[in-house]
Design a protein around this ligand. Structure first.
Ligand SMILES: [Zn+2]
Length: 226
C-alpha cells in the first residue's frame, strides 16, 4: 500500500513536473518567439548588424536624430519588450549636444571593449552569461523550431546594455565568429567580422589603401625604405 502510494506520488510528481516548469516560464528560463516570425540565422545577422551599426556609425555621429532612428529602427526590430515599450524613455531629444556626445563616446568605448573582449572564449562565456543573468537576452525559438536567443528590452535599460543585448544574442548563437573573424580595423577602428582579413586587421574598405602602399613600395623600393 505504502509502496503503491509512493509510486502514485512519484507518478503525480512526474506529471506535475511540466506544470512546475510552466510556472517557471515567467522567469528567465522562458522561451520567447522571435519578432515578426523571423528565422534564427537572419535574425542573429540583424542583431550583429544593428550592434555594429551603432559602434561604427551611430555613436561616431553622436547626433540625436541618428540615435533616435537607430533606436526606433534596427534596435526595435530585434528586441522583445516584456513590458510595454515606452519610446519616450529611450528618446534622446531632451539631451544637450555636449551631454549626447559624452554619452555616445562612452557608449562606443564600453560596447567596443565588451565586443572585442568576447574574442577570448572564457571572457566571451562570462559576457554571454552576464547578459542572461541580467535578463537582457532570453532563450528563443524560431518558426522552424531552431533555438537561439532574443534580446529583451526593459523600460529603464542603459543604452550600453541595449546595444550589448544585441551582441549577446548573436554571441550566444555563434561564438566562434567572435574568436575567429572579429577585429577592429587598424586604419578606421571600425569593428568588422571578416575571417579572411582578421589576421591583417584591415577592413575591406581600407584593403586598397594597403595595396597601394605595397605597390608603391614595389615601384619605388628606396622610397619605401626611407
Ligand atoms: Zn577600415
Amino acid at each position: 500500500m505504502g509502496n503503491a502510494g509512493d509510486r502514485l506520488t512519484a507518478q503525480v510528481n512526474t506529471r506535475m513536473a511540466p506544470a512546475v516548469q510552466a510556472d517557471q516560464e515567467m522567469t528567465p528560463s522562458m522561451v520567447l518567439a522571435l519578432p515578426a516570425r523571423a528565422q534564427m540565422s537572419p535574425f542573429a545577422d540583424g542583431c550583429r548588424a544593428a550592434a555594429l551599426d551603432f559602434v561604427n556609425r551611430v555613436s561616431v555621429r553622436a547626433d540625436k536624430h541618428t540615435l533616435a532612428q537607430w533606436l526606433r529602427g534596427p534596435y526595435c526590430r530585434h528586441v522583445v519588450a516584456l513590458s510595454p515599450m515606452r519610446t519616450r524613455k529611450v528618446d534622446s531629444s531632451g539631451l544637450l549636444r555636449g551631454a549626447l556626445e559624452r554619452l555616445m563616446v562612452n557608449a562606443r568605448q564600453q560596447v567596443s571593449e565588451a565586443i572585442l573582449a568576447a574574442r577570448d572564449p572564457s571572457d566571451g562565456v562570462a559576457f554571454g552569461y552576464s547578459a542572461l543573468a541580467a535578463g537582457h537576452v532570453y532563450r528563443s525559438r524560431d518558426v522552424d523550431g531552431l533555438e537561439g536567443w532574443v534580446p529583451v528590452s526593459h523600460p529603464r535599460m542603459r543604452l550600453v546594455d541595449r546595444v550589448l543585448s544585441l551582441v549577446a544574442a548573436d554571441y550566444l548563437f555563434r561564438s566562434d565568429d567572435y574568436e575567429n573573424a572579429l577585429f577592429a580595423c587598424v586604419r578606421c577602428e571600425n569593428l568588422v567580422f571578416d575571417a579572411s582579413r582578421a589576421e591583417g586587421r584591415v577592413c575591406a574598405a581600407h584593403q586598397s589603401d594597403v595595396r597601394e602602399l605595397v605597390q608603391g613600395a614595389v615601384a619605388d623600393p628606396e622610397r619605401a625604405i626611407a
